[in-house]
Write a new protein. Structure first.
Length: 245
């Protein structure tokens, strides 16, 4: 974990002065979204502002629905469902490593920093997130892919794999869908960021899954050879019949 943290902060240092490049990459990403017809970030935030308390709820989900949620679920898994925990841990570590490579080579400014006119609702309407994760400890140009959405997906899949409770499974699905909405409404990610994060982590969840059990070959029962009938069986029967007569 210490090595991973060192790499992350090293990447942050490399990209901290790449604001213009990160904005250009963000513009290319939004141009691709327009071509695909999925540039929904502005319309989603504007619609959210017309619903009382929805931006605040999105902030709460973005802040408290990520690390606190992940830590609680992973603690539960490591105690009661260790095989599922190991699968989730591996998927998170591998996706994190891939994400760091992408962040270093393709820095993308999030919508709130890309001069799109979107509002940084987390900063303007809440102080909790900047206290929990100060700007000096986060890579502001790590928008693509969204591991905020992706890691929530891994944890939700782990919950579904570890429990048979319908309520917990519904909660797991709702948690990841809510985070997908929150990262867009708060102007922290683009639609394609979310799609890439979900595709990366979901694919890794399948790849690092448990290996199928080896088929057990049925042991053929060896037929026990029948004991040969005594050769003098007929003679004994005749003697017994003669005595009885």
């Amino acid at each position: 974990m210490a090595a991973a943290a060192a790499v992350y902060f090293g990447v942050r240092h490399l990209t901290s002065g790449e604001s213009e490049r990160a904005v250009r990459d963000a513009n290319r990403l939004t141009a691709l979204e327009r071509a695909l017809g999925v540039d929904w970030e502005v319309s989603l935030q504007r619609a959210a502002f017309h619903v009382p308390l929805l931006p605040t709820v999105a902030n709460w989900i973005y802040i408290y629905g990520h690390w606190p949620f992940i830590i609680v679920v992973l603690t539960w898994l490591v105690i009661w469902h260790r095989p599922v925990f190991l699968r989730a841990r591996n998927a998170m570590l591998i996706s994190g490593a891939i994400g760091i490579v992408v962040y270093a080579t393709y820095p993308v400014a999030p919508p709130r920093l890309a001069r799109t006119g979107l509002v940084d609702t987390v900063t303007q309407r809440s102080n909790s997130y900047r206290v929990l994760q100060p700007a000096g400890f986060t890579d502001e140009y790590a928008a693509m892919p969204s591991l905020h959405a992706g890691w929530n997906l891994i944890v939700s899949l782990a919950m579904i794999a570890a429990t048979r409770s319908a309520l917990l499974r519904i909660f797991a699905v709702a948690a990841t869908l809510a985070m997908d909405m929150a990262v867009l409404v708060t102007a922290n990610h683009y639609v394609l960021d979310v799609v890439a994060g979900l595709a990366l982590t979901g694919g890794l969840w399948l790849v690092v899954g448990p290996k199928p059990p080896r088929p057990r070959h049925r042991q053929r029962r060896r037929r026990q050879p029948r004991a040969p009938a005594p050769r003098d069986g007929g003679l004994r029967r005749r003697l017994t019949a003669a005595r009885g007569g």
